[in-house]
Design a protein around this ligand. Sequence first.
Ligand code: ACM
Length: 265
Amino acid sequence: MITLAVVQFTPEHNTLDANLASIESAIRTIDAHIIVLPELATTGYFYREPAELDGLAMTSADERLQHLLRVASEHQRVVVFGFAERDGSKLFNSAMVGGYGTAQAVYRKTHLFYREKDVFQPGDSGFFVTPIPHLDCNLGTMICYDWRFPESARTLALRGADVIAAPSNLVTELWPKVMPSRAAENKVYLAVANRVGTETNAGGSVEFNGMSTIYNYNGEILSRVTNDVDHYVVITAEIDPPATRKKSFNAYNDIFADRRPELYE
Ligand code: ACM
């Protein structure tokens, strides 16, 4: 069994240092093997045009991000957190994956939500799985609105994910009803790190609805944030990643082997 942690916190909009300090403090203090933090945890969420991220978006090689990964390694933790990524003239809504015993990887959000389309490029990393050999765990990553597309979690599961980390800034009433299906239909653990608070920019605003949750592979809630007032809450769960790999549930049925992709669009 390993310990999976989700941090629900409220990144500060339009600043970097305070958010990097919050992420570093979480990595230093939370006693867990894997720690998942929200989408765009380094910058806050609601931007209306690319120029607003000047000075805030970072390349994945940025020393400040590499420092966080080194701290994670020193504390024997794997970490997943959202950041605004700059690659040349392009911006991506990305998640950093790395830390102890784990090759660095960057997932770029595939399905952009709302005004993100005015700021970021659609992700081009595709869905991939990061092996964590010392934990016998294969970790997949998707970001927030990717949940709305069953193909996201399904692709990660078909590629061998035992656990899906979902850095998020969720806003709808629908996700708590549907998210458990993403876990159950793929028989994977799912860690949703959401945030609370409201961000206002140029007269528009976005309100985030908390309820960060760790689901088991039957879609049941292992742990959920019930206090959405505090702006920094940690939940943890003990999980058994190899237990997700047997996809059969009787002598006849296997949720992957029974698929009929030739009949699907
Ligand atoms: C979202 O994708 N941040 C809702």
